[in-house]
Design a protein around this ligand. Structure first.
Ligand code: GRF
Length: 196
């Protein structure tokens, strides 16, 4: 039976698009829901155009009450019965309590070669440090930010004259290849054999 995948976004949703497009044919998973925490996320219309149900759980009315926001998010997710949750440009930090409720089932894509450059402004930090390569990682989400077991990584060379924008564009292309490949493998694996 196909695994059910919910995808959480905050913006344009280009990673979400590549994930949804990948889940056809003999793929072991299907998209069941795209959720955004911002009502104006461009990805919502793209998901709807592809026939994927969408939901908005706006974080702003919760005014910093993360637990209440996450309860609303949790209820929205529960209704869709996902086996796997993919964070795809989802710009809210999840509390350990939320992560525990979905333990071992949340994936994230991060635009750096973890464990380097957790958090934001990853490309500028890699250029500033004089690194030869940047890249992207897909990892399991744990209670610590950008810290769970890495499931796949793609290095992307940093070229002379790169700005954070030019580098970000090349890393994003790599993300679009990496995330669907890791999701396919993760969905196909026996849950008992996955990292916790
Ligand atoms: C990606 O670079 C992702 O790694 C980062 O935010 C960006 C989201 O892009 N966390 P998109 O919304 O998938 O186009």
């Amino acid at each position: 039976m196909s695994k059910r995948v919910a995808i959480l976004i905050s913006g344009g949703g280009s990673n979400m698009l590549t994930l949804v497009r990948s889940m056809t044919g003999d793929h072991p998973a299907r998209p069941v829901l795209v959720v955004s925490n911002t009502p104006d996320a461009g990805g919502l219309a793209k998901a709807a155009d592809m026939g994927v149900p969408t939901a908005i759980v706006d974080h702003r009315p919760f005014r910093g009450d993360r637990v209440a926001f996450e309860q609303a998010l949790h209820e929205t997710l529960i209704a869709a019965r996902p086996d796997i949750i993919c964070l795809a440009g989802f710009m809210r930090i999840l509390t350990p309590g939320f992560v525990a409720r979905w333990q071992g089932r949340i994936l994230n894509i991060h635009p750096a070669l973890l464990p380097k450059y957790r958090g934001l402004n990853t490309h500028a930090r890699a250029i500033e440090a004089g690194d030869d390569a940047a890249g992207c990682s897909v990892h399991l989400v744990t209670a610590e930010l950008d810290d769970g077991p890495v499931l796949g990584q793609t290095p992307v060379p940093i070229l002379p004259g790169d700005t954070s924008d030019t580098l970000a564009a090349r890393v994003l292309s790599a993300e679009h290849r990496l995330y669907p490949a890791v999701l396919r493998q993760f969905a196909a694996a026996d849950p008992a054999s996955r990292p916790a």
